[in-house]
Write a protein of this length. Structure first.
Length: 158
């Protein structure tokens, strides 16, 4: 029995060592600040864009404005849905905790507490990811239109 456990442990260690070795072979490319000639920064964002070559500057600016406004609209809608859903779940959980009586009260209190945590977590996650969802939507919109988009956060590299 101990030989079998030793073989199992050796297999696990071997798999871990192989995965570490393979991960070490992956080269992560750190993107330095892009040259102003190739990319330009969308003001107050970590988004850098290289416009498609077959597009005029005026058409590009219209596309960028369109992508920014559509992204903000999508994120506003998802913020409302996420916050509303979280609030409903939170309220139902708190209602269950507040009205729990009888011999099922301990079970209802635990279930209500879990629902309250899930609802609060949904609200928090919605608010925490709002800014990144805006950037992601802008990126997707611009890339669908043929532009190259990268992210570079100057704050994290200083």
């Amino acid at each position: 029995m101990s030989t079998r456990n030793n073989l199992r442990h050796l297999k696990i260690i071997f798999i871990l060592l192989i995965s570490i070795a393979l991960n070490a072979c992956i080269s992560n490319t750190i993107i330095d600040e892009q040259s102003k000639d190739n990319y330009f920064n969308v003001i107050n964002t970590p988004i850098y864009v290289s416009k498609a070559e077959n597009i005029t500057q005026e058409a590009f600016e219209d596309e960028l404005s369109s992508c920014i406004s559509s992204s903000e609209n999508k994120v506003n809608i998802s913020n409302k849905v996420g916050t509303g859903t979280g609030a409903i779940i939170l309220a139902n959980g708190l209602y269950g905790v507040a009205t729990a009586t009888g011999f099922l009260a301990p079970i209802i209190v635990v279930g209500g507490s879990v629902l309250a945590l899930v609802g609060g977590g949904a609200i928090w996650a919605t608010k925490a990811t709002g800014e990144n969802r805006i950037y992601l939507n802008i990126e997707n919109c611009l890339e669908k239109r043929g532009h190259d988009v990268i992210f570079y956060n100057e704050k994290s590299n200083k």
